[in-house]
Design a protein around this ligand. Structure first.
Ligand code: HEM
Ligand SMILES: *[C@@H]1O[C@H](CO)[C@@H](O)[C@H](O)[C@H]1NC(C)=O
Ligand SMILES: *[C@@H]1O[C@H](CO)[C@@H](O)[C@H](O)[C@H]1NC(C)=O
Ligand SMILES: *[C@@H]1O[C@H](CO)[C@@H](O)[C@H](O)[C@H]1NC(C)=O
Length: 362
């Protein structure tokens, strides 16, 4: 009883402390509308609104958001511990826009680079800050997404990243894990690689098979849900119209693209159990993706010199759905790879099997 009273008292004191902090620390921004815990974040409210209008068609989770998220990866991962940890999340892919976007692994990023570069300049932001901010704002348009933290203050990039640091869909799991492990002084573990690949729940490919542009990696490319982790685990079929290009795997659904790398990561004993653990686990998906995106966004940067402006990132719409097997498919179609835990039990979506529509070009 006494301890319960104490706990209540402590929680009241805690609440008052929080309220005081909120009252004393927030500053009114010059725009007369917003308040911020740090005045340095104030200009970002207008940038955010401009990005939503100019880049994301008023707040969609469409191709420009997907491309902006991919851009964060291709800029940030380009750092190597064996080569001195230069570069990383510095915006070099935007600054050196005649070089980096044309590396093989980066093909297709030039489109979003050309859209972002003038916007970054117009808002007087470094390209490193701008591309991270744009992706965090953009992902918030996708129902089910976590709020991705945003830190402000990256200096201008010094040089283009060297070629060869971005994984390709035809790389094997050993090479992919080694590349991630070499990114920065700490690197990424195998489970963190899986967390980062949650990004492919809001993704499509234009160039893996150029005859079918906009082909999504799961059946719900505008929702930040766990369907990607279900569908990558299913038996694939070679549907008519797919070219079977390098890096392109057979897929379980017509109109869907499965990367060879995603197929392999879902089945490799170093990553399969973590992969499966996301199936129908929306809270874990959100928590881990947010965590790994923060880590990516700080590669090559010193966090203690940056300002936390995460409060400017909108809170995404929550998603309350259960993962399902696609219509016509079920547990018998799962290629079980995790040996320690059975595949979660899911219901099957009703109706006849349907084809997944492409993501419309922006
Ligand atoms: C093993 C690591 C990875 C490989 C091999 C890989 C490969 C690819 C490929 C080949 C595409 C299709 C590009 C095209 O043809 O248009 C793609 C798209 C995409 N990737 Fe990855 N990726 C990896 C990891 C990541 C990570 C860590 C992120 C973000 C954190 C990411 C975000 C995206 C997004 C959002 C798209 C969709 C772009 C769009 O729809 O326009 N990828 N990825
Ligand atoms: C992975 O690919 C590399 C070539 O890129 C090759 O040297 C290596 O043997 C492959 N590893 C496995 C386990 O297949
Ligand atoms: C994974 O499988 C390989 C063979 O395919 C085996 O050599 C290795 O010990 C296994 N690792 C784990 C962690 O189970
Ligand atoms: C990061 O910045 C802080 C504050 O300026 C500084 O004290 C610290 O040494 C820096 N760390 C590294 C690794 O450069």
């Amino acid at each position: 009883m006494a301890s319960k009273k104490l706990a209540i008292l402590l929680s009241i004191v805690g609440a008052i402390d929080l309220a005081n902090a909120a009252l004393t620390k927030r500053v009114a921004c010059p725009d007369g509308v917003n308040t911020a815990t740090n005045a340095a974040c104030c200009p970002l409210f207008a940038v955010r609104d401009d990005i939503q209008q100019e880049l994301f068609d008023g707040g969609e989770c469409g191709e420009d958001v997907h491309e902006s998220l991919r851009l964060v990866f291709h800029d940030s991962i380009a750092i190597s511990n064996v080569a001195g940890n230069l570069g990383g999340a510095d915006g070099s892919i935007v600054e050196f826009n005649t070089i980096e976007p044309f590396y093989h692994a980066n093909l297709g990023t030039d489109e979003i680079v050309e859209k972002q570069k003038p916007l970054a300049a117009a808002h007087n932001m470094t390209p490193g800050d701008f591309l991270q901010f744009a992706a965090a704002v953009g992902v918030s348009n996708c129902p089910g997404a976590p709020q991705i933290p945003f830190f402000l203050g990256r200096p201008p990039p010094l040089a283009a990243a060297p070629d060869g640091l971005v994984p390709e869909p035809f790389d094997n799991v050993t090479d992919i894990l080694a590349r991630f492990a070499d990114a920065g002084p700490v690197g990424f573990t195998a489970v963190e690689v899986v967390w980062a690949l949650a990004s492919h729940t809001i993704a499509a490919a234009d160039l893996v098979d150029p005859t079918i542009p906009g082909t999504p990696f799961d059946s719900t490319p505008s929702l930040f849900d766990t369907q990607f982790f279900v569908e990558t685990q299913l038996i694939g079929t070679l549907f008519p119209g797919t070219a079977g290009n390098q890096g392109e795997d057979e897929s379980p659904l017509a109109g869907e693209m499965r990367l060879q790398s995603d197929h392999d990561l879902a089945r490799d004993n170093r990553t399969a159990c973590e992969w499966q653990s996301f199936v129908n686990n929306q809270p874990k998906l959100m928590a881990r993706f947010s965590q790994v995106m923060l880590k990516l966004s700080l590669l090559g940067q010193n966090q203690s010199t940056l300002t936390d402006c995460s409060e400017v990132i909108p809170t995404p719409v929550a998603l309350n759905v259960q993962a399902t097997f696609p219509a016509g498919l079920g547990l018998a179609d799962v290629e079980q790879a995790c040996s320690s835990t059975p595949f979660p039990s899911l219901s099957t979506a009703p109706g006849p099997a349907t084809s997944v529509p492409p993501v419309p070009p922006s």
